[in-house]
Design a protein around this ligand. Structure first.
Ligand code: ME8
Length: 642
């Protein structure tokens, strides 16, 4: 096969903060499908994934689990790797940001940027979101919360190092405009340009002193390198990039990346910070960053705290690896969010894998055995219009798949192949082999029909290999053919002459009884206990520092500048106070007037979008992720909660 050149593909490196859910896992499966497709079609592929193991969030998680950070990330990283392996992903490299060589290179990169004046030291004050490890300015906050994930933010002031993003703004803007393929899908490119780059890039705070779990700045050890500078560097350190020295051959061969496959929430980091870092290091930029959509459970965001998370290992246990790969790859749209529920998975397995694919293979092989004792021959007969139509469909499918894969429309590529399999099923209906079999003189025609069907199946199986590798091997084994290369799809009719298929065809996918399967799932999920993550223990003295009281709502109005906020006037034991709270999505203001709510009375006042808040109303998240108040009936306002 002609070598088409190199192809370097990466996924985001997953936070080693917990077990990856099916949304995170989808990304590596998609990258795997692309990597396998490229390999199959003649590219020299390198595929890298791994774990992002530093930062405040992970330090806090480790502490809560009573572990040292390194011990904690070792455990989580091996769980992440286990899931990626379970999904049969063919990565060449699994990098961990705690790997020694990575840490050394990140220090050198940081020092280089400092020495050349792109990084400078100054003081910083801003709002910090720990889950996103990001600083925000007051005006970027949405309803006083992180604009990306909606979490609470806290004020942080520290002496920090800053990266002069502004210096490279023009160059970045030009690059994006001159390379329309750089940010995909197109909508994400427009979002980056219009919402982030064109309004003006602010210099980025790239070191932290408020926690320790990070790569130390080697010339100023109070500071650790900002986790995104650390994490993004993985794409080059994993290839053996050496700052200021000759890099390894792998780097020379594979960099720049052909594709960074990442989720839509982190496009900003990959299309602003990362290219600017590379420009400053005078290294070529990746060719493409693709921000894939998110997988939702039903219509909800996957969230451990909501308890709706679905995990790949549970799915694989119930349905097998390839069915899960098929589901996520086929169901995720190109740009819009996709959805997963147990019911949908069952439905899809039955309709596509059992009915269309499984049936086709099983029926065909059974007929070859029944009518020809398992042996078919290439046909000398002329092809009829029906045969030609099937053959045309096989050729077209190869081209359509190529086009869709080049556009990273993976779900569409799979649908192309499913259409070929549907076409094969239709060919059975059109040619009616069981009718042909009734008359001995029709045997040559029957042979031709079954040969064409086996060829159609061979095309389908080879094309499906990147998506369902085990199933493809299984089908080609059952066909008992050695003609398995992609090149063999150039001409229809390459299945060996005088060819014997297996005489014991076995079903590829069992049809699932929906009710029974859903009961099985329920039982299984009941066994997996919900793991509640606890915070550090506090003493009664710590608790008694909080003043919790009951306040009766005197008035409640919409915040003049923020849709999600309500402004309350409470009375508590004759004392009045004003509290701003993010309850507008859940309650109409009038619903809360007169109710007696729990609130923190001695919280330092804060100004939320221009309105002072003198305390905090206690709430809990309901199953839709909205906040519900804690309220009392028979208690006087002002009463202390103990
Ligand atoms: O963001 N559906 O790590 P991460 C689809 N460490 N994809 C999803 C998803 C969902 N529901 N939820 C998350 C990080 N993802 C950083 C990356 S790269 C230098 C550093 C995607 O573990 C998410 O968009 O939070 C990201 O691409 C990947 O899963 C890992 O997310």
């Amino acid at each position: 096969m002609k070598n088409k050149g190199k192809y370097y593909i990466t996924t985001a490196i997953a936070y080693a903060s917990g077990k990856p859910h099916i949304g995170n896992t989808y990304e590596i499966v998609m990258a795997d499908a692309i990597a396998r497709y490229k390999r199959m079609t003649g590219y020299d592929v390198r595929f890298q994934t791994g774990t992002d193991e530093h930062g405040q969030k992970i330090e806090e998680k480790a502490k809560a689990a009573g572990k040292q950070p390194k011990e904690y990330v070792d455990e989580v990283a091996s769980e992440i790797k286990r899931i990626f392996d379970l999904m049969n992903t063919s990565y060449d490299k699994f990098i961990r940001t705690t790997d020694d060589y990575h840490e050394v290179e990140v220090q050198k990169i940081f020092k280089q940027l400092y020495d050349q004046g792109d990084i400078y030291k100054s003081e910083y004050e801003g709002w910090y979101c720990t889950p996103c490890e990001s600083f925000w300015t007051e005006s970027q906050l949405v309803d006083g919360k992180c604009p990306t994930c909606g979490s609470e933010v806290h004020k942080e002031k520290e002496e920090s190092y800053f990266f002069k993003l502004s210096k490279y703004q023009k160059q970045l803007e030009e690059h994006i405009e001159n390379h329309p393929e750089f940010i995909q899908p197109e909508s994400r490119k427009n979002e980056m340009l219009n919402n982030f780059i064109k309004p003006g890039l602010q210099d980025l705070c790239v070191s932290r002193t408020s926690f320790k779990w990070g790569i130390p700045v080697d010339f100023d050890e109070n500071h650790v390198v900002y986790v995104w500078i650390d994490a993004l560097s993985n794409y080059i350190t994993g290839l053996g990039y050496h700052q200021g020295e000759k890099s390894d051959e792998l780097y020379e061969k594979y960099w720049p990346a052909d594709l960074h496959l990442i989720g839509k929430d982190i496009v900003r980091f990959h299309t602003i910070y990362w290219p600017i870092m590379l420009m400053a290091l005078k290294q070529p930029l990746p060719k493409q960053v693709f921000g894939h959509p998110w997988m939702l459970v039903g219509t909800d965001k996957i969230s451990k705290s909501k308890g709706n998370a679905i995990y790949a290992d549970d799915l694989v246990d119930l349905f097998g690896v390839d069915a899960v790969r098929y589901y996520v790859l086929h169901e995720m749209p190109f740009a819009q969010d996709g959805t997963i529920t147990w019911e949908l998975v069952v439905e899809r397995i039955n309709s596509d894998l059992a009915n269309i694919y499984g049936n086709l293979v099983n029926r065909t092989l059974a007929m070859v055995n029944k009518y020809f004792d398992g042996t078919i021959n290439t046909s000398k007969l002329e092809m009829t219009a029906v045969d030609e139509d099937l053959i045309k469909c096989a050729y077209e499918t190869v081209n359509q798949v190529e086009q869709h894969m080049n556009e990273l429309r993976v779900g569409d590529a799979i649908e192309d192949i499913m259409n070929l399999l549907r076409r094969c099923n239709k060919y059975i209906d059109e040619t009616e082999p069981w009718v042909l079999a009734k008359d001995e003189s029709n045997k040559p025609i029957l042979n031709k029909v079954l040969y064409n069907l086996c060829e159609g199946i061979r095309y389908g199986a080879i094309l499906l290999e990147p998506f369902m590798p085990e199933t493809s091997k299984n089908v080609l084994d059952q066909l008992n053919t050695n003609v398995r290369s992609y090149d063999s799809l150039e001409t229809f009719g390459q299945l060996e002459d005088n060819h014997k298929v297996t005489n014991t065809p076995h079903p590829l996918f069992q049809r699932l009884d929906e009710k029974e399967t859903l009961e099985k799932i329920e039982k299984k999920l009941a066994q997996t206990k919900v793991v509640v993550e606890h915070k550090d223990e506090v003493s009664i003295d710590d608790f008694s520092k909080l003043e919790l009281r009951v306040g009766k709502v005197l008035s409640c109005e919409k915040h003049p500048k923020a849709d999600k906020l309500l402004v309350f006037k409470l009375t508590a034991g004759g004392e009045e106070r004003q509290i701003v709270s993010g309850l507008a999505e859940r309650y109409k203001p009038e619903e809360l007037i007169g109710r007696k709510l729990a609130f923190i009375a001695n919280l330092k006042p804060a100004v939320l979008r221009g309105v002072e808040s003198q305390g905090m109303i206690l709430t809990a998240e309901d199953s839709n992720g909205q906040l519900e108040v804690v309220s009392f009936e028979d208690v006087d306002d002002g009463a202390e909660i103990l």
